[in-house]
Design a protein. Structure first.
Length: 198
């Protein structure tokens, strides 16, 4: 069975938690596509060459989750040649047999517009910054400033800007909390699977 769940949204909205939960529940593969951009951003050197040579081993570095890696990721993510170099890798996983969940910024709009389920997970900048601050510590106002800066860069770039696909279901996790968002996402996937295999 080929079945893709595309989960897009801004930084620290809860995409990763929802993606992991949905993948575990249905036995689908999961790819956090932010890791690709983080791995390219943090490596240094020519980002286009790094993106072209990226392997799964590069996604295993343990410093990819830092705020610095997130900022570096969103800087290289504006470069069209970097994005183009990462498309096939993501599409192969999205359309592999057995089902897949991909989370990122442009999965439902660019990488896999044919995805069977598209979710756009969001929350207010303050709620997202608070969650990220609980993970990384430091100065909460500084974390908020970085989240806002990264959102602006991701939404404002010319190539594959962050925005909900026209047919995406929007989950605002500032209003509903992550547990309820997971339950809603699971229900949406179940309904789509039932439509395919009644
Ligand atoms: O975990 P968090 O939501 O903070 O970030 P991430 O998903 O790891 O993504 C890091 C950065 O990579 C984002 O700010 C985007 O600039 C970029 N990215 C992208 O452009 N397209 C994707 N599909 C995934 C990430």
């Amino acid at each position: 069975m080929i079945f893709t769940v595309a989960i897009d949204g801004p930084a620290a909205a809860g995409k990763g938690t929802i993606a992991r939960a949905v993948a575990a529940r249905f036995g689908f593969a999961h790819l956090d596509t932010g890791l690709l951009y983080r791995a390219v951003g943090i490596r240094g050197g020519d980002p286009v060459l790094v993106a072209k040579a990226l392997t799964l081993a590069d996604l295993a570095r343990d410093d990819l989750r830092s705020m610095a890696a997130g900022q570096a990721a969103s800087r290289v993510a504006v470069i069209p040649e970097v994005r183009a170099a990462l498309v096939d890798f993501q599409r192969r996983i999205a359309r592999a047999k057995g089902g897949a969940v991909l989370d990122g910024r442009d999965i439902g709009t660019v990488i896999c517009p044919e995805a069977e389920v598209k979710l756009y997970v969001t929350a207010s900048a303050e709620v997202r910054a608070h969650r990220r601050w609980l993970e990384v510590g430091g100065d909460e106002a500084q974390v908020l400033a970085e989240v806002v800066e990264r959102d602006a860069r991701d939404m404002g770039r010319a190539d594959a800007p962050l925005r909900p696909a026209a047919d995406a279901i929007v989950l605002d996790t500032s209003v509903m909390g992550v547990d309820e968002a997971v339950a809603r996402a699971v229900a949406v996937v179940e309904a789509a699977l039932r439509r395919m295999h009644p």
